[in-house]
Design a protein around this ligand. Structure first.
Ligand SMILES: NC(=O)C1=CN([C@@H]2O[C@H](COP(=O)(O)OP(=O)(O)OC[C@H]3O[C@@H](n4cnc5c(N)ncnc54)[C@H](OP(=O)(O)O)[C@@H]3O)[C@@H](O)[C@H]2O)C=CC1
Ligand SMILES: O=CC(=O)O
Length: 329
């Protein structure tokens, strides 16, 4: 049997993914460097590919897709699909697979964890012990308790809902904003509010929406000015939903109290980036779904989506359902 020709344009791929596709696919090109692959190089590589593995940092633009004459499927071993021009993929009839669902609880758990780290000053407190300062006196910084506070979630989707359950378990009131209020039972005990009300009332504001043309740099200084000066801003969505220099200003001027960020713009964040010089910003290296079990589940779902698409069968989790194979047959 002739193997399908596949290009891997992400610099890390879980071994389980490679193991699952090995009997059916020949990897004709694989990007292995820490920086992201350039649009020009991907444009050259794509012409012979039937399958493309893309994701964090791979620019699957309209220019790249215009050369993808043999491409049957794109698979992303992640949920966010902001790296792919979905309109162009759809126009070319190429289904794009991603991995929602299998990582939801894991990412919500991380969101809750970094919220707690920021609220209770956990990392500086640990540092205080490591530096031997405890011998000189008690830890001098008061934290903020979460119970009887309000969490505002911007983007009440799968991850937002899972996070809202955790926040309520901590005794928080949960309010949220989406473009459309949810009508299902999952948002029971939460309140839909306008953006202005979300900003005004939140003690913790969490960004959990996708990065799109509409949300890019949506959270800016005008938003921070409407927030409480004691508020914590948490980002588990994408760095690009925030104007980073405005966030730095807000943290420097006391417009908000703290930030806890699983994602940043750029990624990776260089060590001399001004965000890292701020004592009230906690930055984590995009580890929302980084557990052994979840990454394996994501790898397996991404591999199944690739193999199904290559065989002309419906992807299990498709971003552009309109061009998924089942809807064509
Ligand atoms: N840090 C990490 O490791 C991870 C980060 N992510 C990020 O989290 C994002 C969300 O994932 P998930 O919850 O599964 O996605 P979902 O699609 O389930 O939820 C997204 C929610 O965002 C809302 N939304 C979309 N656009 C806007 C907008 N302009 N303003 C306000 N709300 C908006 C949607 O509601 P409506 O359409 O009504 O507006 C929807 O409820 C992903 O796109 C990804 O970027 C995902 C996984 C891991
Ligand atoms: O950020 C990770 C993802 O799955 O999206």
């Amino acid at each position: 049997m002739e193997k399908y020709k596949v290009v891997i344009a992400v610099n890390y791929i879980h071994p389980r993914f490679l193991e699952m596709i090995a009997p059916y696919c020949e990897i004709i090109r694989q990007w292995k460097y820490p920086e992201q692959i350039s649009e020009n190089l991907l444009t050259q590589w794509i012409s012979g590919a039937e399958g493309l593995v893309a994701g964090q940092g791979s620019p699957v633009t309209a220019k790249v897709l215009a050369q993808a004459t043999n491409l049957k499927v794109i698979t992303l071993p992640q949920t966010g699909y902001n790296e792919v021009d979905i309109a162009a993929a759809t126009a070319y009839g190429i289904p794009v697979g991603h991995t929602p669902g299998v990582l939801t609880e894991t990412v919500a758990e991380l969101a809750m964890a970094i919220t707690l780290c920021a609220a209770r000053d956990l990392i500086p407190a640990h540092q205080f012990v490591l530096e031997g300062k405890w011998m000189e006196g008690t830890y001098p910084v008061f934290g903020m308790d979460l119970s009887r506070r309000t969490m505002g979630i911007l983007g009440m989707g799968a991850i937002g809902i899972s996070l809202s359950r955790r926040a309520r378990a901590c005794g928080m009131t949960v309010i949220y904003h989406n473009r459309h209020p949810r009508t299902d039972d999952t948002v029971r005990c939460t309140e839909y509010v306008t953006v202005d009300e979300l900003l005004r009332r939140s003690d913790v504001l969490v960004a959990a929406m996708p990065l799109t043309d509409e949300t890019r740099h949506m959270i800016d200084i005008n938003w921070f000015k409407k927030m409480k000066k004691t508020a914590i801003f948490v980002n588990i969505a994408r760095g690009g939903v925030v104007n980073t220099s405005d966030l730095i200003t807000a943290l420097q001027t006391g417009q908000i109290a703290k930030a806890a960020l699983d994602v940043s713009e750029p990624e990776p964040l260089p060590v001399d980036h001004p965000l890292l010089a701020l004592p009230n910003a906690l930055v984590f290296p995009h580890i929302g779904s980084l557990t052994e079990r979840t990454r394996r589940d994501m790898a397996e779902l991404a591999a199944r989506n690739l193999l199904k698409g290559l065989a002309g069968n419906a992807l299990e989790t498709c971003v552009n359902e309109k061009v998924n194979y089942s809807s064509n047959s």
